[in-house]
Design a protein around this ligand. Structure first.
Ligand code: ADP
Ligand code: MG
Length: 238
């Protein structure tokens, strides 16, 4: 599903060039649950933004689901991103003026899904995350854990081939964090491919595979659990 080959990312700050990713090669297959761990500043979010097509690398190649992304236009990248990738962020990134259900509908608006279908699907996703009764609430009326459930519903709305989560439990208390992590684990058991970024080694223990970054390089890559037996995609997404 993901084929990164010799990815580098540099920033120029004044006179000096900072190399944040120093030649990352990484393959991730469908159905896996991969944690990317490493200390703060090691390049985890930069790597996730590259995988999520939010940021383009300085050099190297990236194939997503067999599509070469290096020479695509910004519009082409946005289209691919909106069609294939669901994002979960530490700060939830819900739009405060919209209700929960409107937030879940957003990616479906980008995907051009008609209003009635959008609303039904959004309600279904909220129910799947135990938030079926909360659709009319604004984010500020929900707890952190509830907001993250809405954000996960939103990530699932377009049936993404890939779910990217950057420190999804970082802003939650430990009990709520464990619940959110269990939800993410369930999504993987139902067939969703997950890449989870965390600086917390305990959280990473729940993943099937753990990749460790340090100073922009992969220094360790360990498989804890085998890949799941093939799950029907249709079953997985409802
Ligand atoms: P992590 O998520 O592992 O904490 P990041 O990928 O966010 O690490 O950042 C890695 C390094 O890249 C940090 O030193 C950060 O300051 C630097 N960095 C990230 N984004 C930018 C940017 N837009 N411009 C300059 N430096 C950046
Ligand atoms: Mg980060």
């Amino acid at each position: 599903m993901i084929e990164l080959n010799q990815i580098t990312k540099s920033y120029t700050r004044g006179e000096e060039t900072l190399q944040i990713l120093k030649g990352i090669s990484l393959s991730i297959v469908e159905g896996d649950f991969v944690a990317i761990i490493g200390p703060s500043g090691s390049g985890k979010s930069t790597l996730m933004n590259t995988i999520g097509l939010l940021d383009s690398p300085t050099s190297g190649t990236y194939m997503l689901d067999g599509v070469a992304t290096e020479n695509m236009s910004d519009n082409g990248l946005a289209e691919l991103r909106n069609r294939k990738i669901g994002f979960i962020f530490q700060q939830f990134n819900l739009l405060p003026r919209l209700t929960a259900i409107e937030n879940v509908e957003l990616p479906m608006i980008y995907a051009g899904i008609p209003a009635k279908q959008r609303r039904e699907r959004a309600q279904l996703m909220l129910e799947k995350l135990g938030m079926g009764q909360r659709g009319h609430h604004k984010p500020s009326e929900l707890s952190g854990g509830q907001q993250q459930r809405v954000a996960i519903s939103r990530a699932l709305a377009i049936s993404p081939s890939l779910i990217l989560a950057d420190e999804p439990t970082g802003a939650l208390d430990s009990k709520t964090g464990i619940e959110v992590l269990e939800l993410i684990q369930q999504l993987n058991e139902q067939g969703n491919t997950i890449v989870l970024i965390t600086h917390d080694n305990h959280i990473a223990d729940n993943a099937r595979r753990v990749v460790t970054l340090r100073d922009g390089e992969i220094i360790k890559d360990v498989r804890n659990q085998p890949l799941p037996a093939q799950v029907s995609k249709q079953e997985a997404l409802v």
